[in-house]
Design a protein around this ligand. Structure first.
Ligand SMILES: *[C@@H]1O[C@H](CO)[C@@H](O)[C@H](O)[C@H]1NC(C)=O
Ligand SMILES: *[C@@H]1O[C@H](CO)[C@@H](O)[C@H](O)[C@H]1NC(C)=O
Ligand SMILES: *[C@@H]1O[C@H](CO)[C@@H](O)[C@H](O)[C@H]1NC(C)=O
Ligand SMILES: *[C@@H]1O[C@H](CO)[C@@H](O)[C@H](O)[C@H]1NC(C)=O
Ligand SMILES: *[C@@H]1O[C@H](CO)[C@@H](O)[C@H](O)[C@H]1NC(C)=O
Ligand SMILES: *[C@@H]1O[C@H](CO)[C@@H](O)[C@H](O)[C@H]1NC(C)=O
Length: 485
């Protein structure tokens, strides 16, 4: 209470000035006003007749740059992201169904870019579409649509929409987890040149294209500052790199001419794999899940469900706790000698052996490489998955979920028996658990600002299994707590 009073006193003293000095001050103020007026008028003239400085960047006249975003330093939110999905009139009929899973009308901004008018009517579509222009004049070796889709970043920029900080490109079969995308992009300054994404899971693909390329299906995030440069140089790049295969490769080559490296974020998933992505999502890297691609070419995430049903289910958990989706925690039931791995919102596994955290954080290889359907290698380590279901861990899949208060959740995972696993030997995975409930507090997105640490897991109710039910809790680790057998 004291401090403000003394401050006020000081202020009032400051204004008590001797009379003569007072005259000088008044004159000074008069001069100040005149100078200010002149400055103001010249500024007004300048703004009226000013040729904008982006001409210096060599941008064509018609590219109007909004400069508000340069001034607005508030945290990045969904309204600052302009999506540009690469589609075609032919594929959009079916694939627009995927956008219904994640696109929120009046919140998500952007367009799907098509080669021509689609047959389905406007009202059936959630994502507004635009027809790509000016791409047919470019030479190409493999596909004209690669040229067209590479140009989306340019065409999106050219729209000159206000308050865009990031241009995010994806395919029409990419599912984005937009909350997590915002969490990731918020870490970076859109006024610097950023090129963000992930590469391919299959080494053969990275060798063929590049480890340093953001693969388009997983999503490519381009900051405003980089988009300015890309818009300027894109058409030249398209002419120079006509022999490239994909659209993402053309963008990459162009970004390389500008000299900007890839900022690799592990939540962008090109999913260049064949088969079942289960292993990967059951042991996701410690990074927010940003995107999933190739979803119509992979096994359904949940058994006995279509991919659309599966994604709807996964997104229902994501909506409850976006930052936590598919984050892993590991528990040991020391009495029974079980290892338990949770991938929050998706699956739980029980192993009837004690496996170290180093083993459990390594994805089970339930998939093969994209191009040649080989047994690897991948850009991450994998564990061999025994094809004999009786030698696989007991698997549980998300079944129910509920919010507890405003900050907590209980997700429940139901036992799944692969064909033949129900008949197998009592001694192995035939654990008596049928359902696992997992309590957790909502993970603060701020968690991802710091170096992440895997959350700990606790077996509740003394590990009792009542009516086939087991209860676990995921929680922040105590400072000295470790996941130790
Ligand atoms: C932003 O644009 C306004 C006019 O729209 C202009 O007066 C102002 O000087 C510009 N600011 C910057 C930093 O370019
Ligand atoms: C996003 O941030 C801007 C300010 O940068 C604010 O005006 C706008 O309301 C915010 N939008 C949402 C959806 O939070
Ligand atoms: C997608 O939705 C349309 C109706 O909007 C339907 O006709 C089509 O069969 C659906 N495609 C898939 C693959 O689910
Ligand atoms: C989106 O906005 C339009 C007009 O602004 C409105 O008519 C429509 O109901 C809104 N849709 C949703 C899902 O909020
Ligand atoms: C698969 O789903 C169908 C229909 O929902 C159901 O009848 C069947 O029992 C399910 N099979 C398994 C193995 O869960
Ligand atoms: C069950 O396990 C025992 C011992 O490991 C083995 O002898 C027996 O053949 C197994 N039975 C089946 C059906 O796999």
């Amino acid at each position: 209470m004291n401090k403000p009073c003394t401050d006020q006193l000081k202020v009032s003293k400051f204004f008590v000035v001797p009379e003569k000095l007072g005259d000088i001050v008044i004159n000074l103020i008069k001069i100040g006003i005149v100078v200010g007026l002149i400055a103001f008028l010249s500024l007004a003239f300048q703004t009226a007749f000013y040729k904008p400085s982006w001409r210096l960047l060599g941008l064509p006249e018609h590219l109007r740059i909004q400069n508000d975003s340069v001034i607005d330093n508030g945290p990045t939110n969904i309204s600052h992201i302009l999506f540009g999905l690469g589609g075609s009139a032919q594929t959009w009929h079916d694939r627009s169904n995927y956008s219904k899973i994640w696109w929120e009308p009046n919140t998500t901004r952007g367009f799907v870019w098509l080669d021509k008018k689609p047959k389905i009517s406007h009202t059936e579509l959630l994502v507004p579409y635009k027809i790509s222009h000016g791409w047919r004049r470019f030479k190409y070796l493999h596909s004209a649509s690669a040229v067209r889709i590479a140009r989306i970043v340019y065409e999106s920029f050219k729209l000159g929409l206000p308050d865009v900080r990031w241009f995010v490109m994806g395919d029409d079969d990419t599912v984005f987890f937009t909350n997590n995308l915002v969490t990731v992009l918020r870490k970076y300054d859109h006024n610097q040149m950023y090129y963000i994404g992930g590469n391919s899971e299959s080494v053969e693909q990275d060798v063929l294209h590049s480890y340093d390329m953001a693969f388009g299906g997983g999503g490519i995030a381009v900051s405003y500052a980089l988009a300015v440069q890309l818009a300027r140089t894109m058409d030249g790049c398209l002419r120079r790199y006509f022999y490239f295969y994909g659209s993402d490769q053309r963008v990459w080559a162009c970004v390389n001419e500008i000299g900007v490296p890839l900022t690799h974020e592990k939540g962008f998933h090109q999913l260049d794999i064949r088969g079942d992505p289960y292993g990967l999502l059951a042991a996701h890297p410690m990074a927010p899940l940003v995107s999933l691609h190739h979803i119509d070419q992979l096994s359904s995430l949940f058994p006995n469900q279509t991919q659309t049903q599966s994604l709807t289910k996964l997104i229902s958990a994501y909506n409850l706790d976006p930052a936590r989706i598919v984050q892993q925690s590991i528990c040991y039931d020391h009495r029974r000698k079980w290892s338990i791995s949770i991938s929050w919102g998706y699956t739980v596994q029980i192993y009837t052996t004690m496996l170290s955290a180093a083993d459990l954080q390594m994805p089970l290889q339930t998939f093969r490489t994209w191009r040649t359907s080989s047994d690897g290698p991948f850009t991450f380590n994998t564990r061999w998955m025994n094809p004999d279901p009786s030698k696989q861990p007991a698997m549980f899949f998300l079944d129910n979920l509920q919010m507890v208060g405003s900050q907590g959740s209980i997700t429940s995972y139901k036992r799944f028996f692969a064909k033949g696993a129900d008949k197998c030997n009592k001694s192995h995975v035939n654990v008596q658990v049928q359902r696992i409930r997992v309590s957790a507090l909502k993970l603060d997105p701020e968690y991802w600002k710091n170096v992440p640490r895997r959350e700990c897991c606790q077996i509740m109710e003394g590990g009792s299994i009542k009516g086939g039910n087991m209860h676990l809790r995921v929680k922040k680790c105590r400072p000295k707590e470790t996941t130790t057998i």
